[in-house]
Ligand binder design. Structure first.
Ligand code: TRP
Length: 454
């Protein structure tokens, strides 16, 4: 493939970690994780989710890192190059397709965040719970505005992606991630100190094992993969910009821990407040857009200016967290068309931008403005979310682990895992066991049980 300096690369280890964490940390943590937890029984879901992150997510991440860094190529080429067979390139193609679909519906939610940033600044997120709920419903089912904001978000992503790897992404991630963490902690404290919040904390911490169903297991698996950006060759693409000294296992653990911590903090931010204001925890994708404005108003009722500032900062950071994720999704397809089809980077990026924008508009319309845009009884938005998280991501991760465990040259895999025998050598057998057996068997089992075959 093209030589490294021509393709661009991350310049420092901290840049690598933060850019990868930037891809992982996003709406998946702050928006999707809380509402999934709410719909799937609270604490038990979190336990299953953490299990999936550490048992399946980390080995899965390392596998994608290995494919990407070894080949220094785009997703499709990377799998072909390591296997020497064209057919394995299909895993890369699947990843490119999946990430394009995800970008389509993700941008709609990111657009909602943009709107909430705007109305926060204008100080318009006011009123009781009913008023805030109505506001969200009216806004999200508006035929033009949310669709337009979704497209705007994709365009912002586009203009960053065409500038290449280092400048924007690396620097912005370094600054924004710590601020996001700090702000989350402040809001968690505010939320937990609202009257009646204890019930919410209990919901998050006291598991009710009768709620474990096959469906919940698959949802936890899907959420874990979604949150780690696993299963679409996204991590493989980012790893193609890693240096040979980057310790892959350690980096995966660091990113996974950061990602999980932020998701749990987001849960602690939402549920105590949701219970406090009487919003149902299983109210779905609208959850954060209804509970948070209430937190900001009630927790800071005596200091409205502080509430106003925190709400602005919060939505601004949500927008940035979403942006570092959409960039990573966009980059997969852009790198592919640039390198494989020899399109100029600009043109390749426009191709992805156009496809995702069409999908984003349709998804946005499907949640209220136009009846009947959907499949299998779900709105197109929910359908894309479910299809990708529950099927395409696990399928991508499954194929990657089979590829690394059974088809790739094990000496090459070992060399990459251990940086040619210099790091984590004693962990290699455990990793190899995980990708050969644990990951494929568990994913297949979860699938089969969910479809009712066993
Ligand atoms: N992980 C991101 C989040 O939690 C979303 C994301 C970015 C993603 N890139 C991805 C999800 C690739 C799946 C695949 O918000």
């Amino acid at each position: 493939m093209a030589n490294t300096s021509e393709r661009g690369f991350f310049t420092s280890r901290i840049g690598i970690i933060l850019a990868t964490a930037g891809s992982a940390v996003g709406l998946g943590n702050v928006w999707r994780f809380p509402f999934m937890t709410g719909q799937n029984g609270g604490a038990v879901f979190i336990i299953l989710y953490i299990g999936c992150i550490f048992l399946l997510g980390i080995p899965g991440m390392v596998s994608e890192f290995i494919v990407g860094r070894r080949s220094h190529a785009n997703a499709a080429h990377a799998y072909q190059e390591i296997s020497g067979r064209r057919s394995w390139g299909l895993v890369g193609y699947l990843g490119i397709l999946t990430s394009t679909i995800i970008l389509g519906f993700y941008a709609v939610v990111a657009g909602w965040c943009l709107q909430y940033l705007g109305v926060s600044i204008a100080g318009q997120l006011q009123g009781d719970t009913a008023a805030v709920t109505t506001y969200f419903q009216q806004f999200s089912s508006h035929p033009v505005k949310p669709a337009l904001l979704g497209v705007v978000f994709i365009l912002i992503t586009h203009f960053i992606v065409v500038r290449g790897i280092q400048g924007g992404i690396e620097r912005a991630s370094k600054l924004l991630m710590p601020v996001l963490l700090l702000l989350l902690v402040i809001i968690v404290i505010a939320s937990c100190s609202l009257p009646g919040s204890l019930q919410g904390i209990e919901f998050l911490l006291r598991p009710d094992f009768s709620k474990v169903t096959n469906e919940v297991m698959l949802e936890a698996l899907g959420q874990a993969f979604f949150s780690l950006s696993l299963g679409t060759a996204c991590l493989c693409t980012y790893a193609s910009y890693f240096s040979h000294h980057t310790p892959l296992f350690k980096s995966a653990v660091q990113v996974a821990v950061m990602d999980t911590m932020i998701a749990i903090l987001a849960g602690l931010m939402i549920f105590p407040a949701a219970f406090s204001v009487g919003v149902q925890p299983d109210s779905g994708p609208s959850l954060i857009f209804i509970t948070l404005p209430n937190v900001f108003q009630q927790a800071f009722a005596t200091m409205p200016v502080v509430g106003w500032l925190i709400s602005i900062m919060f939505y601004a950071l949500l927008v940035f967290a979403a942006l570092t994720s959409t960039i990573s999704m966009h980059e997969i397809g852009t790198a592919f068309f640039t390198e494989e089809h020899r399109l100029p980077r600009q043109r390749a990026a426009w191709l992805i931008t156009s496809c995702c924008s069409v999908l984003a508009v349709l998804c946005s319309l499907s949640v209220g403005a136009v009846e009947g845009i959907g499949l299998m009884g779900l709105s197109l938005m929910d359908f894309c979310d479910q299809l990708t998280a529950k099927f395409m991501l696990p399928a991508g991760a499954l194929l990657t682990s089979i590829f690394i465990g059974w088809f790739a040259n094990q000496q090459v895999v070992r060399n990459e895992f251990t940086n040619r025998g210099t790091v984590a050598t004693s962990l290699f057998p455990a990793y190899q066991f995980a990708v050969r057996f644990v990951l494929p068997i568990l994913i297949v089992l979860i699938f089969l049980r969910q479809t009712g075959i066993i």
